[in-house]
Design a protein around this ligand. Structure first.
Ligand SMILES: [Zn+2]
Length: 113
């Protein structure tokens, strides 16, 4: 297996940092929700905006993923094989659209250059 080059390592590090920050964010949101809920119980007022159920971090990130998938899924046709695929960005006519398998093939070819 090839080792990562510097810019790839940097990207991986960015992702690791982002995921750590995201976990922290989810934890803070949970803490806040618990605080609001506890306060609501004391004063007897339950704001509708605040969900009464506390989700686990994995349930919450699953929800975020579902929302993002719905929001950012665009149907497109793969430029390489013509298959219908969904992409996470608004298709730009200047950029090639590839389905997952063509994308993987393309990346593998690039690695071997
Ligand atoms: Zn394809």
């Amino acid at each position: 297996m090839k080792s990562l080059n510097e810019s790839e390592k940097e990207l991986v590090q960015k992702l690791v940092n982002f995921e750590a920050a995201f976990d922290e964010f989810v934890r803070l949101a949970q803490d806040l929700r618990i605080m609001v809920r506890n306060h609501s119980e004391i004063v007897g007022v339950y704001p509708e905006e605040v969900k009464q159920t506390v989700l686990t971090p994995s349930e919450l990130s699953q929800k975020v993923r579902e929302i993002n998938e719905k929001k950012d899924a665009y149907e497109a046709v793969c430029d390489d094989c013509g298959a219908t695929t969904t992409v996470k960005f608004k298709p730009n006519p200047k950029w090639p659209i590839r389905c997952l398998s063509c994308y993987k093939k393309h990346m593998a070819e690039k690695q071997n250059e």
